[in-house]
Design a binder for this molecule. Structure first.
Ligand code: FAD
Length: 434
């Protein structure tokens, strides 16, 4: 393939897509060797594993979000605001949906964007498995808007409670899904209550908060070793979180959750964080092979099985490993896939050999807010899996985000961002209070 004026389009500026656009922009866009375009439905990027912190106010997305336009200019790629709705593989273009203003008036009509190489990196959404009432009554923490919605509802509930605290009443919040999101959110909620109390929310303390974490499986954090899930379970119980395992939710309504055993879990605020899928419109999109959760099936080179000009990475890709299991939908996988995809696109343009992706599990860490961090580290040094807890675990947890920042900004700028973060912790409130 010739390198001149090739059009590379990346859809989705998340954990994987934005890193890829940045490296391709710097390598090819800057020298005019290719036109690199990133498409995202939002104006700004926020690393998804931080969403539970946005939900509780521990993180202010207004401060931490990165503008795509500014980042694109600094790294020699183009940014197009838009939502992918279809792909035309014969004529090699993608279709972007129209953009309306709040009144429903058309700002930008539907349009096409042509490509020579297309990378699908549009992530995943929560999978409610069609459970009755969930769509109408639960919040999914899929994007900053939903995290913000949770934050507003949470503050309203706390405000109402603290204006008229009653001995017997509590604020009831139920979270479905004992994976990392549910566990981390449960702990963050207790921290939020503590902080709000210190800012003057009368009567609001840990006893006033009733968080129920519901998991269908035998234990929370099923993807992690038993020792870690037991440790996290214990920490949550110590905080006062009501952890229910082997509990299947069959439906949700405005007042709470119904379980298979006939129990009712009363809740003022409901969150669904049990399982993921690629968005429904991806099912068989443009005749590409997809699996039962709508992910695009890819070869080890990350090219889709039916079209080598289309790559997929991150949560929306189904990449099988040697042991027959799929690569898990994790930020570290999206990060590694973005690096490999960069090499393979360069190889495709330069007539080189494409490499195969192999997932390297660096371990899993779960942050229980400021109370604790637990997890396992994997690697050559640890010769397998090593359980870590406390400060070391916290450092390892943060390092995953730092790796993402280094991929976007380089080491010097990341150092400055860390410094600004430290200053902000001194001059700004500990919690977003509005
Ligand atoms: C609360 C929470 C905590 C998590 N914690 C961890 C953790 O500790 N460790 C870990 O490894 N993983 C964690 N994860 C999982 C991790 O966030 C994902 O695996 C990772 O973000 C996937 O990266 P991605 O690039 O595939 O997609 P994403 O990062 O989700 O990015 C997808 C992008 O595509 C855009 N997009 C979506 N649809 C369209 C469309 N139709 N058109 C245009 N743009 C579109 C979105 O706006 C978004 O910017 C967590 C997830 C959540 C929700």
């Amino acid at each position: 393939m010739e390198t001149e004026t090739k059009k590379i389009v990346i859809v989705g500026g998340g954990a994987g897509g934005l890193e890829l656009a940045t490296s391709l922009g710097k390598k090819l866009g800057r020298k005019g060797k290719a036109e690199v375009t990133l498409v995202d439905r939002n104006h700004s990027h926020l690393w998804k594993p931080l969403l539970h912190e946005v939900a509780t106010g521990a993180l202010d997305d207004g401060v931490d979000a990165l503008s795509y336009l500014a980042h694109a200019r600094n790294n020699a790629f183009r940014f197009q605001l838009g939502t992918l709705i279809d792909i035309n593989r014969d004529q090699k273009f993608i279709r972007l949906g129209r953009i309306d203003n709040e009144q429903g008036e058309v700002l930008v009509p539907e349009r096409n964007l042509s490509y020579d190489i297309l990378v699908m990196a549009l992530g995943s959404v929560s999978n409610d498995f069609g459970t009755a009432g969930v769509k109408d009554h639960c919040i999914y923490l899929d994007n900053p808007k939903q995290a913000q919605l949770f934050h507003n509802k949470m503050l309203n509930l706390f405000l109402k409670f603290s204006s008229q605290p009653h001995e017997e009443e509590r604020v009831n919040i139920a979270i479905v899904g004992g994976g990392a999101t549910g566990v981390e959110l449960s702990a963050e909620l207790h921290n939020a209550v503590k902080q709000l109390h210190s800012y003057g929310y009368q009567g609001l303390d840990s006893k006033a908060l009733n968080v129920t974490l519901v998991e269908a499986g035998e234990r929370i954090l099923p993807a992690l070793p038993v020792r870690i899930s037991s440790s996290a379970h214990q920490e949550l119980s110590n905080l006062g979180v009501n952890v229910l395992t082997k509990t299947m939710v069959t439906s949700a309504d405005a007042n709470g959750l119904h379980t298979k055993d006939g129990e009712f879990i009363k809740a003022d605020l409901l969150v669904w964080a049990a399982g993921i899928k690629a968005p429904d419109f991806m099912k068989d999109i443009a005749g590409l092979e997809t699996n039962r959760i709508n992910q695009l099936v890819v070869e080890r080179t990350l090219q889709t099985t039916r079209d080598p000009a289309i790559f997929a990475l991150g949560d929306c890709a189904n990449c099988m490993q040697d042991d027959g299991t799929p690569v898990p939908p994790r930020a570290q996988a999206a990060h590694q896939m973005a690096t490999l995809c960069y090499h393979n696109i360069m190889a495709l343009l330069n007539g080189g050999t494409l490499k195969s992706y192999r997932y390297t599990d660096r371990g899993s860490l779960v942050s229980l807010s400021k109370y604790s961090t637990v997890g396992s580290l994997m690697g050559n040094l640890t010769k397998g899996s090593m359980m870590i807890e406390g400060r070391l675990a916290r450092l390892a947890y943060i390092s995953l985000y730092r790796m993402h920042q280094v991929a976007l900004f380089g080491c010097v700028k990341t150092g400055l961002i860390v410094l600004v973060g430290s200053i902000n912790r001194i001059i700004r409130p500990r919690l977003k209070l509005h």
